[in-house]
Design a protein around this ligand. Structure first.
Ligand SMILES: C[S@@+](CC[C@H](N)C(=O)[O-])C[C@H]1O[C@@H](n2cnc3c(N)ncnc32)[C@H](O)[C@@H]1O
Length: 265
């Protein structure tokens, strides 16, 4: 497969109204209309709100790090809140953020239906409105980071997470990974950096770039396990536990990391 070198081309700035990672909003509107309760259900990766994709890993993580009973947790990219609800049911004090207004609307209903007190807000982890530092015992990337494609946005997101974590706090990450992007097995076209691009119509309302007289949007950043590890270390996280689950058939891997903000500066 030949790489696409799209990121070198100029963006159609005059038409930008919304950021590329805000495009999930369209899916959540469809989900709301069709009464679909979660992202995983929408993608047919789960049969119910309770059986979310990350659950198995999360159970292992919680058993390993043994948080204090009323730990403050931030769910980054919480969507309709399957992970937030699960954590609140364990007794943790949960906040959830997502850039999608509709996702947060559904998340509030899902929490209310279950009698859970979760603080949800529409917010962008790349420019989060929560000020201050050392607030959360645990911050979880619930499959949000792979939606943030550009280095500068990823740096902003990971730096904000680092700031918001208490000293000694945990950042839990599970994300898609690929050793060799030229072997990308799914739809779309990938570039050398592991950014996955899809062709869209000219009137697509989110950030897009023009390349070969066509319009393209970036949807995913699929990095190699070593690049992901380096990215985290450069921000200052120490990686306490790392598991890379390889899918040889697809040439992909699931990158699972338990990271920690150092206890002292
Ligand atoms: C793959 S979905 C997962 C949703 C949810 N965590 C779940 O498990 O059902 C990724 C989510 O990240 C959100 N997202 C993407 N970029 C974001 C950003 N910069 N800040 C906050 N949320 C973001 C999307 O709106 C979307 O809801």
């Amino acid at each position: 497969m030949s790489y696409i070198t799209i990121h070198n081309h100029s963006s159609v700035k005059e038409e930008i109204t919304m950021k590329y990672y805000e495009s999930h909003e369209d899916c959540y509107r469809i989900m709301k209309k069709n009464n679909v309760s979660s992202w995983d259900e929408f993608k047919e990766e789960s049969d119910s709100f309770e059986n979310f994709f990350m659950k198995e890993y999360l159970v292992i993580v919680l058993d390993r790090i043994k948080p204090i009973s009323n730990a403050r947790v931030l769910d980054v990219g919480c969507g309709t809140g399957p992970v937030s609800c699960f954590l609140a049911q364990q007794g943790y004090n949960v906040d959830g953020i997502d850039v999608s207004q509709t996702a947060i609307e559904i998340a509030r209903i899902n929490a209310k239906d279950r009698g859970l007190d979760i603080h949800y807000s529409v917010d962008d982890i790349c420019s989060i409105s929560i000020t201050g530092s050392d607030i959360y015992d645990i911050i979880i990337d619930t499959h949000c980071m792979h939606c943030i494609t550009y280095d500068s946005d990823r740096y902003a997101a990971l730096t904000n997470i680092f700031r918001l974590l208490k000293k000694g706090g945990y950042f839990i990450m599970e994300t898609m990974s690929i050793e060799d992007p030229s072997k990308w097995p799914h739809d779309g076209r990938i570039d050398e950096q592991g950014i996955v691009w899809y062709e869209v119509k000219e009137n697509y309302p989110y950030y897009k770039v023009k390349y070969e007289d066509k319009y393209w949007i970036c949807t995913r950043r699929i990095m190699s396990p070593s690049d992901l590890e380096n990215e985290l270390k450069e921000i200052g996280y120490s990686i306490e536990h790392l598991k890379i689950i390889k899918d040889e058939k697809l040439n992909m891997a699931d990158f699972q990391a338990i990271c920690r903000k150092p206890k002292s500066d």
